[in-house]
Write a protein that binds this ligand. Structure first.
Ligand code: FBP
Length: 550
């Protein structure tokens, strides 16, 4: 047998031609809508972005051929991986070449730092072809360096001028697109002749608004996790002996957990935004879980599934306060870093917290308390993906059930297994939806550049319709902004989209969850992503998007 370098699916997917909105299949004409405003704090945002505030919405419609002067573009992948990133790049590449075969595309390596440190490659047809319809960001790599210093902007301009780059596309989440907007404004103010276009990426699904229906990668990641959850549910329903506590990525919002719940109908799904709105404590969450477990055990069902959003811990008000205190306390704290044992660190921290937080900290299992004091991310925040909330809940639920057993109120068995799904889905081969959506986003970005636009996010809308009917255009990034406190200072940022408790996806979940929790089996087994077959199997957007659009 010959050694294998690519799987049969990889080879087959390489030849997939992503679908484009019908309007982008030939020449286009740019249509401008009315002037826009930021979602809040209009006066402040206008003052901070005098050149890029208030620009109109843009759509591209089928039109006549026009002159397309030669351009060179640099692309950056920023932050966590999300399925479809490579197709954004192939969309930009194909879009640029269709406009003018002499156009060039460069990739800055390792994320935004590649721009600052002048690390880049020219993306040729051969390189781009190798990565079409694949998962991952490895074509040029990604990174979490923040572009926020003037010195970085100047270093960026230097390399762009050297390479003749007229425009940069930043593919990232809310923070990276906020920085893209600041960079766009800076380059206009300083007359640098460099346009900046953003692209909405993140599996977390929290970069969305009226004009950006979803971020790319959310669809594929949720489909991968839902398959795994479905498989676990089938196992649970067969073996009938384990409760599975499944933590799902999504550093802040619970969109991933909610979407997976809509797809797989687990017995319990916690939604952080609801926990915060109801001002719930950890013990109250545990009590709710215990109720379901006891009820099912009364029907001889000592098994089930529980979905836990990764960000949960930060939405429990008392924990949020504790984490905020720890963030301040541990920022550049040499004394703490010099301590050797976990016990010493625990004692040190306890002594400096407010009495209320010290109390919460003291009651946490040692492992979790330690995880809360691990290294912060580049923004100074606790890295929630490293906190094993699912284990914390298992420990607390087991303790409570043991008490109930002693009181004769729980007669069942409790045996739990923990899982964390995150990295399993972030680089998956993009679903047809993500492959088409990202290719269209990239293609649209090239049209925005060719039209001389800056400070826009590439947008593709009407996503629950077939791809041919999608609407491509651009949204001024300033339109998505408001002022928020960051590191003690008010800053213009893109508003993060959390799960709306009055939104259709949550309402549907809330109306059905009691049925899913009880003794009847409501599990759904979504199965793997399908790339070939009937369109109702292969080309469906997320349940979240469908419910939002219904
Ligand atoms: P982005 O916000 O950059 O898209 O990344 C999201 C995410 O995948 C979260 O779901 C997760 O908490 C985090 O990245 C993990 O970060 P890291 O890649 O640094 O482990």
């Amino acid at each position: 047998m010959k050694p294998m370098t690519k799987s049969p699916l990889q080879i087959a997917r390489a030849s997939y031609q992503p679908k484009l909105p019908a309007a982008l299949k030939g020449h286009v004409v740019l249509k401008e809508g009315t002037a826009t405003q930021s979602v809040a704090n209009q006066a402040e945002i206008k003052e901070l972005f005098p050149n890029t505030y208030g620009m109109p919405l843009i759509t591209f419609e089928a039109g006549e051929a026009g002159a397309n002067p030669q351009v060179a573009v640099g692309v950056i992948l920023s932050g966590g991986q999300a399925p479809g990133g490579h197709n954004v790049i192939s969309g930009i590449y194909d879009g640029l070449k269709a406009l003018n075969p002499a156009n060039k595309l460069y990739g800055f390596l390792g994320g935004p730092s590649g721009l600052v440190d002048h690390k880049y490659i020219e993306l040729t047809q051969e390189i781009v072809d190798e990565y079409r319809n694949t998962g991952g960001f490895d074509i040029i790599g990604s990174g979490r360096t923040k572009l926020e210093e003037e010195e970085q902007y100047e270093k960026g301009a230097e390399i762009c001028h050297k390479l003749g780059i007229n425009a940069i596309v930043i593919i990232g989440g809310d923070d990276s697109n906020t920085n893209a907007c600041v960079l766009a404004e800076y380059y206009v103010q300083k007359n640098k002749g460099i346009q900046v276009i953003g692209c909405p990426k993140t599996i977390d699904g929290d970069l969305k608004n009226e004009m950006i229906e979803t971020s790319f990668g959310f669809d594929t990641a949720c489909k991968v996790y839902s398959e795994l959850i479905g498989n676990i549910q089938r196992d649970a329903n067969s073996a009938k002996k384990y409760w599975h506590f499944i933590r799902l990525m999504g550093r802040s919002a619970s969109h991933i957990a909610l979407e997976c719940a809509l797809q797989s109908q687990p017995n319990i799904c916690l939604i952080s935004e609801e926990v915060e709105a109801k001002n719930m404590t950890l013990s109250e969450i545990v009590e709710d879980i215990v109720k379901v477990i006891v009820n099912r055990s009364n029907h001889d069902l000592n098994f089930g599934t529980i979905l836990i959003p990764e960000g949960l811990i930060e939405f429990i008000p008392a924990m949020k306060k504790l984490i905020a205190e720890l963030n301040d306390l541990l920022a550049h704290n040499e004394d703490f870093n010099a301590l050797e044992t976990d016990d010493e660190k625990r004692q040190y921290v306890k002594g400096l917290l407010t009495p209320e937080s010290s109390h919460v900290y003291r009651d946490l299992p040692k492992g979790i308390a330690r995880q809360l004091t691990l290294d912060r991310d580049p923004h100074g925040n606790v890295q929630v993906s490293l906190i094993e909330t699912e284990k914390l809940l298992i420990e607390m639920v087991a303790k409570r059930l043991a008490q109930l057993k002693a009181e004769g109120k729980f007669k069942g068995k409790f045996s739990a297994l923990n899982h964390f799904f995150g990295y399993e889905g972030r680089c998956a081969i993009p679903s047809n939806f993500d492959a088409d959506y990202t290719y269209s986003l990239g293609y649209t970005a090239s049209l925005l550049i060719s039209a001389g636009k800056t400070g826009y996010m590439s947008s593709v809308r009407n996503l629950t319709a077939p791809a041919a009917e999608w609407i491509a255009g651009g949204v001024p990034i300033t339109m998505m902004m408001n002022m928020e406190k960051r590191h003690g200072k008010m800053k213009p940022v893109i508003q993060k989209a959390l799960v709306l408790l009055d939104g259709a996806p949550f309402k549907y979940f809330a109306a059905n969850r009691e049925n899913w929790a009880d003794e009847k089996s409501s599990y759904v087994y979504p199965g793997p992503i399908q790339y070939y077959g009937p369109t109702e199997v292969c080309d469906q957007p997320t349940r979240t998007l469908q419910l939002e659009k219904e």
